[in-house]
Structure formats: structure tokens, C-alpha cells
Design a protein. Structure first.
Lengths: 365, 511
């Protein structure tokens, strides 16, 4: 989460406590309550409950199926994006890769390819795009922000080359049915793409929080050099992340195409911001090294549920965009305000005068 | 407990004093009833282990902290500093170990940042800025071009700029917090001559250093803190380093360099004609099991670079590295670790540790693959491993889940050591293992290295601390300008023989 730059207080000689102390239950509960990702999770539940009580039709199976399916591409891409941001990287080309995947699906379908053959080709394209991003970042040594701003334009341009300004809409029902919100897993409101997302989310959570790979990503994001000196294969891990992100973005392009029954080069324009916004809303630190997958998923779902509720209540789209924006600003601001308040309270308890100086003294000499 | 001992003859009032100052942070009492008097024209040492309260004391004097009780007196008058600006206006300047200059501004611009002399219409009088700076440099007896940009200045030069800045404020008290930790011998000598000049002009200097010999060289009186308490203030004359250490740690350390005699086993690490163009060339040496080999030399001689090439974080252009007789592929720390190499890097903050990560996760970082099955990390194993090492290295901490950044320097270094010892290495390379850590921990690190060697570990120790090199090493390798210039057995290693080789006056190549 938002950590202030190192202040003198961060170096308080706390290590001089006489004996090692294990974390008490009280500490754990308080730590958990102070964590942003749990706060976002709680907010999601709260919004959900408010929706149940206030809005007719919100709780219906059809609506929930629609609400979650409506954000599934963003959610899918948010998974590898969380890993990237934790590792201190970012990929802005995801929405363009989604568009390229969609355009390629349409173009190949027009050319008479079998859908079973189109899918692997599109996925391979995603892998290739990810490899290019990863290669430029890890081998050429460019910052990921700059690289993917470039490939954002490049992949979107390729999408237009592949399909022009056409729209391909004649996909057979048998494939489209897999993605649309009217067909759900029997007995639930979960669509097939959403189920796939949930499975992948669980797998990604394990990968990030319980494996050596995930642990390494946190180290890379927090202090890349120290990670490298600890024998972690920094470049290889980053390359893998970019490839997986490209793969899932292209896959999201197929889902998007089938869901709307329309392959267009401009599908999903601007989604990269929605993806990154969701991840940051979930408390993943843009500077890398901090965050949870739970938080990122809660962030995506919060945006999805909120959007759905606002739509059901006839709030115009412009206002929805404003609400989303305010939420993001709040998500960046709140942890810092909370940290400042906690800090001030500590200082007062310590008998220090809250002059607000301590935060700045580190840079004064 | 002695009272501050006045020197014979009349002396002026203290320019700056602390009287019975206490300061707590939460439950931690950083200072308890500490008193200190600084007289004009004296260099006064502040000594104590890490965590003794030195930093808090300095920050109190600098106006960063306000005491909970007690008084700060300037020229005998009680004052309250509301911030660093107040302390600066009272003529107190602090030079930190790593100065923070604006890299893209010139030296002169840095010195006059925020208070540039103006001409009409508010234009900055660049000429006055430059000329005043030049005059300050002359007064300090240092040749630094005022127009040079601060980027790329050595830490020593940056400190000089900070001192010049202090002078431009008419500072009467100069507080120097471990200024020499990152300086070479000649840079330290220059800094000391600058300090002597200021002292002669009547400034009071409060000097902090972990290098006791520097305290004796520069200062006349010393104030010792221990666990936040004032222990004594007394003249240095007549004291020995051992006296000082005993007062600082409050017990006998035993020998500072507890080198055990060991049986030297077979060769563990062989470096053959290792070359990195423009950095080092044709470096050959062996380290055997049970042996501590020191790599000495001046800063910039290429010692750390050799270590990094051996470990594979840098690529060598030629030559090979063998561990237990097997050649390592170049440029792969992962392969080096698998072969049994471990490197404790010099730069703890950037390379040794992930500062925001917890103690236990830092220790786990080198052995993630072995803390569970199928790539999964079992937290119980992770915590257990950290707890074991914490006990073994007598780590002082609050919770293992705390970020490692809250620990003191000495304890951070213990975490780095734990992280690497947990890999059960065959060869341990330590780069400046005791830089910037307190004497107590220093002795513990030395004891640890010594007992590890006795257990059959091969240790390659890079150190700029000559007493450490002479005290710990079975053999001393010396580098000068990228070449190995001497190999000196323990029996023949003296300050003189090592320094002679390090400065390149001896060209006898090692075998």
C-alpha cells in the first residue's frame, strides 16, 4: 500500500525490544482491518447489500449473470496485470491486444477458417505480442511503461490492418452461446467465462501468494537489485509475465468477440485503463512490491457491481464514468490519509507534538 | 560516572548543550536524562553502539525531534527548536553520512539553494553565487569547481559541499554523523584537515564514527551513550580503544578478532585469470575450506567487482571460476548458488535486502525452492527457518513479520548473513561485512565468520578495515587498480605490507 518515503520514524529502534514477541490475535485483527484490500472487499459486500435492498431486479439471476459477464474481459486481464504491477511493471497494450485478437478472429472466420483452428492462432498471436513486450523490457532494457505505450499503438494498428473498419458478425450460435450471459452453468448465475475467471483467479492467487514464483515477484517489485543478488531470475520472470499477459489479452479478445457477436478492430478501446484502475483500486501498489490478488479481484468486481447498480437506477453513463473516477482518486488518497492519521496518533501517544514535521525531515539536511 | 571534566585553565561557555534530555518513541525510550556540552574550538566524539541513542541525540540537536523533557541550551540560554530551520538559524549544521544534493544543479547552486543572492528584479546574482562558493572552497582548502554539477561527485566531495553550505550559514556547531563510513583513506585525511581548520576557527564539532582510531585521531573529548543513557563524558587522553569499547558495550567483548586456528582443507573456490575489461584483469586465487582469505585494497581497486563476477551478477570477459573443481557458467547467480556460492554484498539497502519485506521473507528469499514442494512455499517452514537463524545470530527484533527496514544496521547485516548461511554455502563471500555496524555486533560477526571457517566453510572477505583484515584473515590478497598485486600469509601481514601493496608500490604479482 501507500508507504510514505522512509521517515526517521520508520527507523525507530524498535528492534531493541527485549525479547521476540509473536503476533497476538489483536494485532492480526487490527492489521487485517487496516489493510486496504480487505476494506475494498468490505466495500464490495456493502455495495452488494445496498443493491439488494434498494434496487429491484438487482438480485435476479439474469441481472447478476449480466453484471459479472459484462466485466469478464477486464477481470481476466486484471489477473496477469496484478502480477505485473506487483513485479513493478505495467502493460498498457492489453486492450490493443484484445482488439487484435478480436480482429484476427473475425478476419480468419471470414477467410473460412474453422473456429477450432482460429483460437490457437489468436492465442499464439497474444504470446508473440507478449514476447515482444517482454523482450523489449528485459533484453533491450526499456521501461515497461514506454514499451507498452508503443505497442499499444502498434497492436491496435495491426488490428486495423487485419480487419480494416469491417465488423464480422456471423459467428454461429454454438460458439457464441459459450460466452453470452443468457447461458449459465445450470443452477447458478455464473456464465462460463466467469467460471473460467474464478478458476484462474484461484490459481493466480495461489501462484502469487504461496509459491516461490509469487514470492519472487514481490521481491522484484520491491527491490529488483536485491532480488537479482538473491539469485532470482528477474528477467526470465518478467518475460513470463508479459507473455502470460499477452496470452490472456488475446483470449479476452475472443471472449469479447463472441459475447457481442461482433469482431471489430476497435473492440475494447480504453480497457487498459479500466484494468489498471481496478488493480490499483484493489490496493496493489503501482510502485510494485505490495498488493494482494484478492484486492485486485475485489477492485474489478466493485467497479462491475457499481456500474450495474448505477445502470439499473438509470444513472447516465457520463455520471457513471465520474463515479468510477472519484472512486479511484479515493482509493489512492484514502490509505495515505489513514496512514497520516495513524502516524499522528502514534506521535501524540508518544508525547510528541504533532507539528507534522516528521514526515519531511528525512529529506532535510 | 564522571562529571564532564573541564580542562585546565579558563574556558568559554559551551556553545551548545543538552541538559537532562529524555525522548521516547512509543514504548521505546531512546534517550534518558542525557547531557552533553560542546565548547567552541573542540572536536567532541559521540560514541555508542547502534541503538544507543546517537541518532536521536543528533536529531534533537538538529531540531528534528523535540525533547520530552530536559533542555537544549545555546550559549547557555534555553531554546526550543520548532524545526531544523530554527537549529540552522542558531548556527547548528548537520552533515549526514550520505548527503542529499540536487544532482542536476551545480555545486554553487546547491550551496545557495533557496537563498540565492539577488540582483535587481529578483534575478539571481550568479556571479556572487560562484565567487562566494569559490571563496568557501578556498577557506576549506579544497579544490572543487563551483560550476561543476553535483551529479557524479564522490560522497567525500558531497560532504565537502555540505560543509561549505554550513559555513555559508555561519554555522558554529558542525555535527557529523558517520561521515567517514564510505570514504577512502585519503578522503578521510582531507575531511579531517578541513575539520581541523574549522576547529581552529572556533567551531565546535560533534563527531560520530564507528572507527575508534578516527575518534582518537580527531577528537579531544568523548561522550559515551549506552541504551539511551549517558555513561560518561571525558577526555580521550589516557584512554585506550579497549576502554572505549568496554564503556560502550558495558561488558568485556573478549577479543575483537577472535580468530580460531583451523585446519585448512581442500580447495573450494578457484578463480582463474578472471578478467573484466577496464575493471580487473587476470585475477587468480584459491580459497580453501576452513580458511578466511581477505581481499584488501583501496576503494575502486576492483575488489567488489571481482566478487560480483565470481558470483555471476556481473559477467566476466575471460577466465573461469571453479567451485569444488567444477567450472561455473558465467553470468548466473542462480548457478553460482546451486554450486554453493554465497555473496553478502556491500550495499545492504539496495542489494542485500528488500527493505520493505519482512525479516522472515528476506531470510527465505534465497531458499524459496526448498521451503515446500512443487514450488509452494510453506509459511510455517519459512517462519521456522527465520526463527532458527534469529536465535543463532542473536538477532534483536520485535516480530519476524516486521519489515527488515526497521532494524538497526547491525541487525540488518545479521539478516543478510542469515539469508545466505541458510543456503548452506561451500564458499561465503562477504563484502565489507562490518561496515557501518556497531562494535558489539562487529565482534559477533567476526566470531561468526571465525566459527564458520572452523566448521569448514571457505570465506572470502573483502574489507577496507585494516585491523579487521589483519585480525581475521589467514591470508591477505591485495588488489591495486584491477590487478592482484600481493598474496601475504597471516604471519607476514602488517598494516605496512598490505598498504604498500594496495597503493601499488609493490608490483610482485601473486602466484
Amino acid at each position: 500500500m501507500a508507504m510514505a518515503p522512509e521517515t526517521p520514524n520508520a527507523r525507530r529502534p524498535r528492534d531493541r525490544a527485549p525479547a521476540p514477541r509473536t503476533a497476538g490475535a489483536g494485532d492480526t485483527v487490527r492489521d487485517l482491518a487496516l489493510r486496504w484490500d480487505t476494506a475494498v472487499g468490505a466495500l464490495l459486500v456493502a455495495v452488494f447489500v445496498v443493491g439488494l435492498g434498494s434496487t429491484d431486479g438487482f438480485a435476479s439471476g439474469e441481472n447478476l449473470a449480466f453484471a459479472f459477464n459484462d466485466i469478464v474481459e477486464v477481470a481476466l486481464i486484471a489477473l496477469p496485470m496484478t502480477l505485473l504491477v506487483v513485479a513493478g511493471q505495467v502493460d498498457l497494450s492489453v486492450a490493443s491486444m484484445l482488439g487484435l485478437g478480436s480482429a484476427l478472429t473475425g478476419a480468419l472466420w471470414n477467410a473460412g477458417w474453422a473456429f477450432e483452428l482460429i483460437v490457437p492462432v489468436v492465442l499464439l498471436t497474444g504470446v508473440a505480442g507478449g514476447l515482444l513486450n517482454g523482450w523489449l523490457v528485459t533484453r533491450v532494457g526499456l521501461p515497461s511503461l514506454a514499451v507498452t505505450i508503443g505497442t499499444l499503438a502498434l497492436y491496435r494498428g495491426l488490428a486495423s490492418v487485419v480487419l480494416g473498419s469491417d465488423a464480422v458478425t456471423d459467428f454461429p450460435r454454438v460458439y457464441a452461446d459459450w460466452a453470452v450471459d443468457t447461458s449459465t452453468v445450470p443452477g447458478t448465475f455464473l456464465t462460463y467465462p466467469v467460471v473460467l475467471f474464478l478458476v484462474l483467479a484461484a490459481a493466480t492467487a495461489v501462484l502469487l501468494h504461496s509459491t516461490a514464483f509469487g514470492r519472487s515477484l514481490f521481491a522484484i517489485g520491491a527491490q529488483e537489485e536485491a532480488a537479482y543478488f538473491a539469485g532470482i531470475r528477474v528477467k526470465r520472470f518478467k518475460l513470463i509475465l508479459f507473455v502470460v499477459t499477452g496470452l490472456l489479452s488475446a483470449f479476452a479478445g475472443i471472449v469479447f468477440t463472441l459475447r457481442y457477436g461482433s469482431a471489430r478492430a476497435d473492440n475494447g478501446i480504453g480497457f487498459e485503463m479500466l484494468v489498471i484502475a481496478s488493480v490499483l483500486l484493489g490496493g496493489v501498489d503501482f510502485d510494485g512490491g505490495k498488493g494482494t490478488l484478492f484486492g485486485a479481484v475485489a477492485g474489478v468486481l466493485l467497479i462491475g457491481v457499481l456500474k450495474n447498480l448505477l445502470t439499473l437506477n438509470d444513472v447516465p453513463n457520463e455520471v457513471q464514468v465520474i463515479v468510477t473516477g472519484l472512486l479511484l482518486v479515493a482509493s489512492v488518497l484514502t490509505p495515505r490519509v489513514v496512514a497520516a492519521v495513524v502516524e499522528r496518533r502514534h506521535r501524540r501517544e508518544a508525547g510528541a507534538l504533532p507539528t507534522g514535521l516528521a514526515g519531511r525531515t528525512g529529506s532535510e539536511s | 560516572m564522571n562529571e564532564p571534566v573541564p580542562e585546565t585553565g579558563p574556558r568559554p561557555a559551551p556553545v551548545l548543550a543538552l541538559k537532562d534530555v529524555s525522548k521516547s518513541f512509543g514504548a521505546v525510550r531512546a534517550l534518558r536524562d542525557v547531557s552533553l556540552q560542546l565548547f567552541p574550538g573542540e572536536a567532541h566524539a559521540l560514541a555508542g553502539e547502534n541503538g544507543a541513542g546517537k541518532s536521536t541525540l543528533i536529531k534533537t540537536l538538529a531540531g528534528v525531534h523535540r525533547p520530552d523533557s530536559g533542555e537544549v541550551l545555546v550559549d547557555g540560554e534555553p531554546v526550543v527548536f520548532h524545526g531544523p530551520a530554527d537549529a540552522r538559524d542558531a548556527g547548528i549544521a548537520v552533515i549526514y553520512q550520505e548527503p542529499t544534493l540536487f544532482p542536476d544543479l551545480s555545486i554553487a547552486e546547491n550551496i545557495f539553494m533557496g537563498r540565492q543572492p539577488r540582483r535587481s528584479l529578483g534575478r539571481i546574482d550568479r556571479r556572487a553565487v560562484r565567487e562566494t562558493t569559490a571563496a568557501l572552497m578556498k577557506r576549506l582548502g579544497v579544490e572543487l569547481d563551483p560550476d561543476r554539477s553535483a551529479r557524479g561527485l564522490s560522497i567525500a566531495d558531497q560532504q565537502i559541499v555540505e560543509i561549505a553550505k554550513a559555513l555559508s550559514f555561519e554555522a558554529r556547531v558542525l555535527i557529523m554523523d558517520e561521515p567517514t563510513a564510505a570514504l577512502t583513506g585519503s578522503e578521510t585525511a582531507r575531511l579531517f584537515s578541513v575539520v581541523r581548520t574549522l576547529r581552529a576557527e572556533g567551531a565546535a564539532v560533534l563527531f560520530i564514527s564507528h572507527r575508534l582510531e578516527e575518534i582518537f585521531e580527531l577528537c579531544r573529548r568523548v561522550t559515551i551513550l549506552r541504551d539511551g543513557r549517558w555513561i560518561s563524558s571525558r577526555p580521550l587522553a589516557g584512554l585506550t580503544e579497549d576502554d572505549l569499547v568496554r564503556a560502550m558495550v558495558g561488558r568485556d567483548l573478549g577479543e575483537l578478532y577472535p580468530k580460531q586456528g583451523t585446519d585448512v582443507g581442500e580447495t573450494a573456490l578457484s578463480v582463474r585469470r578472471l578478467t573484466r575489461e577496464g575493471v580487473f584483469r587476470d585475477v587468480c586465487f584459491d580459497v580453501r575450506r576452513g580458511e578466511i582469505v581477505a581481499l584488501a585494497g583501496l576503494v575502486g581497486a576492483g575488489r567488489s567487482e571481482v566478487a560480483q563476477a565470481v558470483f555471476g551478477v556481473d559477467r566476466a570477459d575471460a577466465g573461469e571460476v571453479l567451485v569444488n573443481g567444477r567450472a561455473l557458467p558465467g553470468g548466473s547467480p542462480t548457478a553460482a548458488m546451486a554450486a554453493g556460492l554465497a555473496l553478502v554484498p556491500e550495499d545492504r539497502r539496495q542489494r542485500g535486502l528488500v527493505m520493505d519485506m519482512s525479516i522472515e521473507r528476506n531470510i527465505a528469499l534465497t531458499g524459496l525452492g526448498r521451503l515446500g514442494r512443487c514450488g509452494l512455499v510453506r509459511r510455517a517452514l519459512e517462519r521456522g527457518r527465520a526463527a532458527d537463524w534469529a536465535v543463532r545470530l542473536q538477532l534483536k527484533y520485535n516480530r519476524l513479520a516486521d519489515p527488515v527496514g526497521v532494524l538497526s544496521g547491525g541487525n540488518q547485516q545479521k539478516v543478510v548473513l542469515a539469508k545466505w548461511l541458510a543456503t548452506e554455502p561451500v564458499v561465503l563471500i562477504v563484502d565489507e561485512p562490518t561496515r557501518g555496524i556497531d562494535v558489539g555486533t562487529k565482534a559477533e560477526v567476526h566470531r561468526l565468520l571465525s566459527s564458520l571457517a572452523a566448521e569448514g566453510l571457505a570465506v572470502l572477505m573483502i574489507s577496507s578495515d585494516l585491523p579487521e583484515v589483519l585480525g581475521m584473515a589467514d591470508r591477505v590478497l591485495v588488489m591495486h587498480e584491477g590487478r592482484l598485486t600481493a598474496e601475504i600469509p597471516r604471519s607476514e601481514a602488517t598494516e605496512e605490507s598490505v598498504m604498500t601493496a594496495a597503493t601499488g608500490r609493490d608490483t610482485k604479482a601473486a602466484a
